[in-house]
Design a protein around this ligand. Structure first.
Ligand code: F1P
Length: 557
């Protein structure tokens, strides 16, 4: 059975754990290029393909017609994890730019606003929660354009929402964004529900034949770190959402397809711009990697939506690399006030403001820590003068900043050249590519990647549970049954599985595993050596570089 493209290993990145940092950046660039050029036999389904441009154009026309009516309209963008954060990012961007009283643009993220910067994966598996959030967000509107984002065509939360829209097409126009062909949508059982994602996706495709629904699913190729949809799929999501909404809400009488192609080309140029600075990015990776290896922290600080890119990048390191939440964290100027998020000020749970960072976090940082400045202003830079942490500056305007550049270990100066505006959405793409490179590269240096796999993935939702099984199968060289046995032994820290454990639903295994560290590496070692879970754990303690421990054992077999 073919695996979804978003879960395949990319041929271009199989050595990413074994090369120097410049080469890591080269690999990331080559993988990113596939977003625009397409991938293998799916080239005709690339983001630039006539059928994708046509779908975007049709959708944008429908949105444009609806929003110019007098009815109360809501555009809702919804997703889980990175897809939910991007839903927020894009809705926040347009919030300041629409001037129609009858139109609201809203976001939904599984797990609520805390999930904007901390992982809350369990709600992703709940279609009923998805539907309820949708009902709450769209109460009182006459017409709703619902855009559900799930890169892998997989999230039950989004499935529940799309399914509801399909049953209520008089009010809702559902749109599905993701990066697999429909037939590769997830077909696993969803607990307490009678459909799979594939069932919903097929119905979406059927309804799209007569304009009642839209499916926008270009193929962008597998991720550089297998399954890490925060990377290419996240970038492609940003590109699609902005392109769709910017063209739909454009009031000038310009040919729609021309506008779409222009936006896509700008996005391609922005992505390439990030990689013009390979050498400083590689240096930045070295610094961030060293920090993580010495138990130091990486702190992104910035302002506006470019600052939010730091929060977004950091939060996804927890499920992807099994990182601790504060290993890498982001702060944005004016915190929740700037975010203007639905649930308001959550600083009693987690303070994400730059002001808090300057007052309470920075004074405790040491030379082992790193501050990454995302296009900062002079005041921010100067207020952190003298802080012993290493500093990385990412900027579009080094020369206009009028600061002491000697404060920085690395300056990543992005030549903005012929871009219209440094605040435009394309600049978010540039910053995203650089942040993704820094955090991915740093975790590779920390040994959290073996070949191009996230071997310390956190088992925190259904999709990640099955991804973990695949990792154990691949590296433990075993069958499905054995992989599951080893995973459960690692989760329950036992040497044999009793009936009680075996009869529990997958959601219970996930609940237990979410709070634990190094579950997958422990399971792989159990599988490779037939040892107890305790022995596996002590082996990992002796060789903390997980990649080394697993490589050693794999080579022995
Ligand atoms: C949603 C998501 C990812 C995250 C992790 C778990 O994926 O939260 O953002 O990286 O893989 O799932 P999707 O619904 O967009 O495929």
């Amino acid at each position: 059975m073919q695996s979804p493209i978003t879960e395949e290993s990319n041929d271009l990145s199989t050595t990413i754990d074994d090369v120097d940092t410049i080469e890591i950046v080269n690999i990331l660039q080559n993988c990113d290029k596939e977003i625009f050029s397409g991938w293998k036999k799916y080239k005709s389904d690339s983001i630039f393909s006539p059928n994708i441009i046509q779908t975007i154009s049709n959708l944008s026309k429908v949105i444009s017609d609806i929003v110019s009516s007098d009815e109360k309209i809501c555009i809702v963008i919804s997703g889980c994890g990175t897809s939910g954060r991007i839903s927020f990012l894009v809705s926040r961007f347009f919030q300041d730019r629409i001037n129609r009283d009858n139109l609201k643009i809203r976001y939904i993220i599984a797990g609520g606003d805390l999930a904007l910067f901390t992982p809350q994966e369990a709600p992703e598996d709940d279609p009923k929660k998805g539907k309820n959030c949708l009902l709450k967000a769209t109460e009182g509107f006459n017409k709703v354009i619902f855009i559900g984002v799930t890169c892998g065509l997989s999230a039950p939360f989004v499935a529940g929402q799309l399914d509801y829209c399909l049953n209520n097409t008089d009010k809702f126009i559902p749109v599905l964004i993701g990066f697999n062909p429909i037939n590769l949508a997830r077909n696993s059982k969803i607990e307490d529900w009678d459909k799979t994602f594939l069932n919903v996706a097929e119905r979406m495709a059927e309804y799209s034949q007569n304009g009642l629904a839209f499916v926008v699913n270009p193929i962008v190729g597998p991720e550089p770190i297998t399954g890490s949809s925060r990377m290419k799929s996240g970038t492609a999501t940003i590109i699609l959402l902005y392109t769709i909404l910017a063209t739909a809400l454009n009031e000038n009488n310009i040919n729609r397809e021309t506008l779409i192609e222009k936006a896509l080309k700008e996005a391609e140029k922005a992505n390439a711009l990030a990689y013009t600075q390979k050498s400083p990015i590689a240096k930045g990776i070295n610094i961030c990697g060293e920090a993580l290896n010495r138990e130091g922290r990486i702190c992104y600080v910035g302002k506006e939506l470019v600052g939010f890119m730091g929060l977004m990048d950091a939060s996804e390191c927890v499920p992807t690399f099994g990182a601790d939440i504060y290993d890498i964290f982001g702060y944005v100027k004016n915190g929740y006030k700037f975010l203007n998020n639905v649930e308001g000020d959550l600083s009693f749970k987690a303070d994400i403001s730059l002001e808090y960072f300057i007052q309470f976090v920075a004074p405790k940082l040491t030379a082992y820590d790193v501050i990454v400045f995302l296009t900062p202003d002079k005041i921010t830079v100067n207020s952190l003068n003298g802080c012993p942490a290493k500093k990385i500056l990412i900027t579009f305007s080094k020369d206009d900043l009028d600061i002491n550049l000697l404060e920085f270990s690395v300056v990543i100066n992005l030549p903005i050249g012929n871009f219209d505006n440094a605040n435009s959405w394309t600049m978010q793409l540039v910053i995203k590519a650089v942040c993704n490179a820094l955090s991915t590269g740093a975790h590779i240096m920390k040994g959290k990647v073996y070949k191009n796999r996230m071997i310390d993935v956190r088992v925190s939702n259904n999709k990640l549970f099955f991804r973990s099984l695949n990792l154990i199968k691949t590296f433990g060289k075993c069958n499905d049954e054995m992989a599951k046995e080893c995973l459960l032994k690692a989760i329950y820290e036992v040497n044999s599985l009793n009936q009680e454990i075996l009869s529990l639903p997958i959601s219970s295994h996930i609940e237990k595993a979410t709070a634990m560290g190094k579950v997958v590496p422990t399971a792989i070692i159990i599988c490779l050596t037939n040892c107890s879970s305790e022995e596996a754990k002590s082996m990992l303690q002796e060789t903390p570089m997980i990649r080394h421990a697993i490589r050693l054992l794999c080579n022995k077999r």
